[in-house]
Design a protein around this ligand. Structure first.
Ligand SMILES: [Zn+2]
Length: 149
């Protein structure tokens, strides 16, 4: 199936900085245009943005999103574990069960935002076939056809 070319950048609201692209990815929006969903399923990005036609099959996030999610979960869950561990009202079994459920839920909740941010980072940096890189598009959008002549 032939894919249509990405939409010209002049009509797009390209992110000005990496932080803007990352924030769009974290929110699950297309990092390039911000007008459509990045994910078709929980962790499966759409093949092509329906708004700007960016090809998202080029990403290679691989195992990095789970690493990021686990690291963030570890830092966020630590204060909760201290509170749970200090509770005299809970049995040891209840404390362990509560900690496991909290850690699992937090890790799963952070997984999609982490993957969105990593896809946005790869697009911004021009990694894995994302050409032109998002930073290049944002820095120097092509001239309209009438001005280019
Ligand atoms: Zn888009």
């Amino acid at each position: 199936m032939a894919r249509s070319m990405p939409q010209p950048t002049l009509s797009l609201d390209l992110p000005a900085k990496l932080s803007g692209a990352l924030w769009r990815g974290i929110k699950g929006q297309c990092p390039r245009c911000g007008q459509a969903r990045l994910f078709g399923k929980y962790l499966k990005p759409v093949a092509q943005c329906p708004s700007c036609q960016q090809d998202w099959t080029l990403h290679q996030a691989d195992d990095f999103p789970p690493y990021v999610s686990i690291i963030l979960t570890g830092h966020l869950i630590a204060p909760m574990l201290i509170v749970i561990g200090g509770s005299a009202a809970l049995t040891m079994g209840a404390k362990i069960a509560l900690a496991m459920v909290l850690a699992g839920a937090l890790m799963l909740a952070l997984l999609q935002p982490a993957k969105g941010a990593i896809i946005a980072l790869q697009w911004w940096m021009g990694m894995h076939g994302f050409r032109p890189a998002g930073r290049d598009e944002a820095a120097a959008p092509p001239l309209p056809a009438t001005e280019a002549l």
